[in-house]
Design a binder for this molecule. Structure first.
Ligand SMILES: Cc1cc2nc3c(=O)[nH]c(=O)nc-3n(C[C@H](O)[C@H](O)[C@H](O)COP(=O)(O)OP(=O)(O)OC[C@H]3O[C@@H](n4cnc5c(N)ncnc54)[C@H](O)[C@@H]3O)c2cc1C
Ligand code: SF4
Length: 339
């Protein structure tokens, strides 16, 4: 591994100033992704700015706002994944979030991993992690061997000719469903970005994965308390039962009254370069009967945009099935033979 320096800045503004002005500097969270990539030579920072002691590491309640069902949450970016998943309020009021975090990595990794680092972890595309191979995301313009090569686990939605990598975070899929916003400290001061606006589709610039500027530090994530949040869940399909990235996953939150969908939020994981908010499906379901038939129609409408490659068309069927099953569970209706 290339030698590197280690710095502990006195406060977030100083950390931002270092990373903004020094091209070889990078923030260090739990290091569970960054240090792996450094060992592989995929990223080669010359100084790591440790932010774990600077960032809030608590989960706080936010005041109830108009239209909200109760108090929301403000989750410090330094909160460890284990602490987030174990928090009694998160488990009771935002179950999709606790379940998604627990579905990721291992106990040891979750003890180290931070909320900020989790959101900015890099893709698990094999070519991206192998510096002997071309990869447009790692070396712009070098090509995308995954399209003709090993893409079984890559994107069926939102990919481009230049990149079909999937976003790896489970937590981000749950936060997409919960309409979370991300607090960022940048060179020009603090700002707030909806989670749905944090990630970019690859287009012809797959190396630009987020809308963040160099030196932007994630300081917290805020989750509003909507009616549907309590009736929410996460389901992840993977090649082995634990300690594996998803093949396809779904985060869903559903509010049903009198058998009719009042409100629904859906997002798919491991099938797109970003946490994929299924807005088409949500629109199909608004005001419709909460039945397996309608859930299937909604999933089909969303997945009509899928463009699978040679070896990953199975993900489209898989995504449809887990969406229908998940919504049936949340609605308390039988799945029948529609999934
Ligand atoms: C074997 C293994 C299996 C895994 N399985 C899963 C899985 O199934 N699901 C899943 O979701 N994840 C999985 N992970 C990934 C794991 O969740 C991430 O490595 C972890 O969440 C990253 O958090 P961190 O704090 O260690 O980030 P770091 O590795 O420290 O940082 C990651 C990136 O974020 C940047 N960064 C860190 N903090 C901030 C901040 N506050 N603001 C701005 N930039 C920041 C860093 O510069 C770096 O670029 C797995 C990891 C391993 C090693
Ligand atoms: S899919 Fe993206 S990350 Fe994977 S090789 Fe192609 S450009 Fe690189």
């Amino acid at each position: 591994m290339k030698p590197f320096g280690y710095v502990v800045a006195p406060d977030p503004a100083a950390a931002v100033a270092i990373v903004t002005t020094r091209p070889g500097a990078a923030f260090l969270g739990g290091g569970t992704n960054l240090v792996d990539l450094m060992k592989l030579g995929v990223v080669v920072p010359d100084v790591l700015v440790d932010v774990t002691g600077l960032l809030p590491d608590r989960i706080e309640r936010t005041a109830k706002r108009d239209g909200e069902a109760g108090e929301g949450l403000r989750i410090g970016a330094g909160v460890r994944n284990s602490d987030l998943a174990a928090d009694p309020q998160v488990r009771a009021e935002f179950p999709v979030l606790a379940q998604a975090v627990l579905a990721g990595a291992s106990g040891q990794l979750r003890n180290m991993a931070t909320v900020g680092g989790n959101l900015l972890q890099r893709t698990r595309c094999l070519y991206f992690q192998d510096v002997t191979k071309p990869c447009n995301k790692r070396t712009p313009g070098s090509g995308c061997p995954a399209r003709a090569g090993d893409h079984r686990n890559l994107a069926v939605l939102g990919g481009s000719l230049h990149c079909v990598a999937t976003h790896p975070s489970d937590m981000a899929v749950a936060l997409a469903v919960l309409d979370a916003v991300v607090h960022v400290e940048g060179a020009a001061g603090p700002r707030v970005i909806p989670l749905s606006g944090l990630y970019r589709l690859p287009g012809d610039e797959p190396d630009r994965e987020t809308t963040l500027e160099r030196g932007d530090l994630i300081t917290a994530v805020e989750v509003p308390a909507r009616q549907y949040a309590r009736n929410s869940a996460y389901r992840k399909v993977r090649d082995r039962a634990s300690y594996a990235f998803g093949v396809a996953s779904v985060a869903a939150a559903l509010d049903v009254a009198g058998g009719v969908v009042q409100d629904v939020r859906l997002a798919l994981g491991a099938v797109a370069p970003v946490p994929w908010r299924a807005r088409v499906a949500e629109q199909v379901l608004a005001g419709r009967p909460a039945t397996a038939e309608w859930f299937g129609r909604a999933a089909d409408a969303e997945l009509a945009a899928a463009a699978p490659l040679r070896d990953n068309a199975f993900k489209v069927t898989l995504a449809r099935n887990i969406v229908v099953r998940m919504l049936c569970v949340l609605a308390g209706v039988p799945a029948g033979d529609t999934a």
